[in-house]
Design a protein around this ligand. Sequence first.
Ligand code: GLP
Length: 243
Amino acid sequence: YKLKVIECDTYESLSKNAAMMIVQQIAEKPDSVLGLSTGGTPVGMYKELIKLYRSNQVNFEKVRTFNLDEYVGLDRYHPQSYHQYMYQHLFKHVNLPENQRFIPLGDMDLIESEVNDYEEKILKNGGIDLQILGIGENGHIGFNEPFTPFNQSVHTVKLAESTRRANAKYFSSIEEVPRIAITMGIDTIMRSQKIVLLISGNRKKEAFQKLMSSHISEEFPASILRLHRDVTVIVDQDALFES
Ligand code: GLP
């Protein structure tokens, strides 16, 4: 299949495009199941979504959301947990009912049961209609690091040192960055009806190039997306060319 690519001049325009795809999805199916992602890249998309919500262009009342991943062993009230991220960047601003928002629980003592429970919850809700993804510099999607088997569903992972370094900027030191995470697997992600992948900024240039040119291999997890029939890649200028 061919990846659809939308090139945007700016990060702002990437964010607007991504938000519009969510709005469209919800307009077509008000009880859509959305797969959501965190990190620096989708911050602008969430801002746009909040604006669109405030101007009555989208209604989250019947929507259900499933986040891709969460750190393991980080308190859910820790400012860098993805629970907090979602609350601050989206949930506290919109009318998405609390019992329709799902994020994997990263509590150390629950983790074994959570791996199965989370996958089951996704299935029970009918699977994901639209999955938003970012990409790591090493091609990871969710927290599926290079060499994660493509057939895995929800699972725990040991984070790559490069991923911990890349995320250290959000913590006071690299020591504080968790070593383990729980994530939807590649198989979970590939079962989504539609996928939107956001690629922004200089540091993602190489990842974008590899995505477009390299063959499909577990060495570069995002390469699997070429086997999905409905993927839209939204990329900004900084990730496209030398600047
Ligand atoms: C993180 C997250 C991913 C995210 C990626 C890129 O580690 N687990 O879901 O897409 O890395 O993050 P950023 O957008 O901050 O570069």
